[in-house]
Design a protein around this ligand. Structure first.
Ligand SMILES: Cc1cc2nc3c(=O)[nH]c(=O)nc-3n(C[C@H](O)[C@H](O)[C@H](O)COP(=O)(O)OP(=O)(O)OC[C@H]3O[C@@H](n4cnc5c(N)ncnc54)[C@H](O)[C@@H]3O)c2cc1C
Length: 301
């Protein structure tokens, strides 16, 4: 069985950033990636320094090309199916049946989204969006809808008027407090309490929202928070502790991205409540550095 210093599972913003630090530290490394980054539904990625407006796949391709220049890195285009913690490291099984082991592990598997309405699915990343910083500028001055799925949704509705005229849909479940209602009014946000039941429009475009009482309200972009879950069961299998986030559970880490299981680090969307490519990349850098530091400490002990 191949034995590495570190295995990084997930080859997107967090995983590639972790791998880059370890490759530059000349550590023997395996990057395992199934090739499904969370933002693959969007045509372009925004806000990442030097890569604003670049297709996500192009960013990943460039990251992989640069990483491949380091001779101590192996790549597996595969899914890591199982993980087992052992006294001196971890052993993984990959799709295809191969077993691999390493002294340290970085989990950078991201999260998967569950959208609240079926008609949102084909529009995800185009006219149904999760974050105004990522895609708000591209829908500026259009009629915007904030569809509440979690108690904190009102805060997103309060931001949106910086991008366009906004209606906050409480879905009949997330009624703003009196103070929040006053803030929404001060920001010019309309409130609609009848639930949205369907999105209308050609293909991936959005033209209106159908409400439960049959009314159709014009809207050109929706912002909402889907339920999230950590993409892979590896962290559970290893016994990592989780935290409750606003949209779902995520892997608990300390400031060095160390999970509750020694030698297992986690970074990116899988280990945070704040979803953003730059933050995922920064956490990946920290996880890579911390995994390297742990290897050095083991050797010095
Ligand atoms: C539609 C959409 C658009 C977005 N646009 C932006 C934007 O413009 N700007 C921005 O800053 N943020 C954006 N985001 C957020 C951004 O995509 C995430 O913050 C970022 O992708 C997180 O990076 P990550 O490396 O943690 O996870 P991901 O990018 O999700 O990558 C995880 C990788 O791990 C792999 N993987 C998972 N499990 C396994 C396994 N068991 N074995 C092997 N591989 C595995 C996956 O296949 C995937 O390749 C967007 C999100 C969405 C949903």
């Amino acid at each position: 069985m191949d034995r590495y210093d570190v295995i990084v599972v997930g080859g997107s913003f967090a995983g590639l950033s972790a791998a880059m630090q370890l490759a530059r530290a000349r550590r023997r490394l395996l990057l395992v990636d199934a090739g499904k980054p969370r933002n693959r539904f969007a045509a372009t990625s925004h806000g990442f320094l030097g890569q604003d407006g670049v297709p996500p796949a192009d960013i990943m391709r460039e990251g992989l090309t640069q990483l491949a220049r380091y001779p101590s890195v192996d790549f597996a285009h595969a899914e890591a199916l199982t993980a087992r913690a052992e006294a001196d490291g971890v052993t993984l099984t990959l799709s295809g049946g191969a077993g691999v082991s390493a002294r340290k592990l970085v989990l950078a598997t991201g999260v998967a989204d569950t959208l609240p309405l079926e008609s949102m699915i084909p529009r995800w990343g185009v006219s149904v969006l999760h974050c105004p910083y990522c895609h708000g500028y591209e829908v500026r001055d259009r009629r915007l809808a904030a569809i509440a799925t979690v108690p904190g949704a009102v805060h997103q509705a309060l931001m949106l008027p910086d991008w366009g005229p906004t209606t906050f849909f409480t879905q009949g479940r997330f009624e703003p407090t009196e103070e929040e209602a006053a803030q929404l009014a001060a920001r010019g946000v309309a409130i609609e309490r009848t639930p949205v039941v369907e999105l209308l429009g050609e293909g991936t475009a959005l033209s209106a929202l159908r409400l439960a009482d049959g009314r159709e309200v014009p809207a050109e972009a929706v912002f909402t928070a889907p339920r999230t879950h950590v993409t892979s069961p590896l962290a559970e299998q290893l016994g990592c502790a989780f935290e409750d986030g606003m949209t779902g559970q995520y892997i608990r880490v300390d400031a060095l991205q160390q999970t509750s299981v020694p030698g297992v680090f986690a970074a990116g969307d899988a280990a945070t409540r704040m979803f953003n490519a730059t933050l995922a990349s920064a956490a990946g850098v920290m996880a890579g550095v911390a995994a390297h530091r742990a290897l050095v400490q083991d050797a010095a002990a």
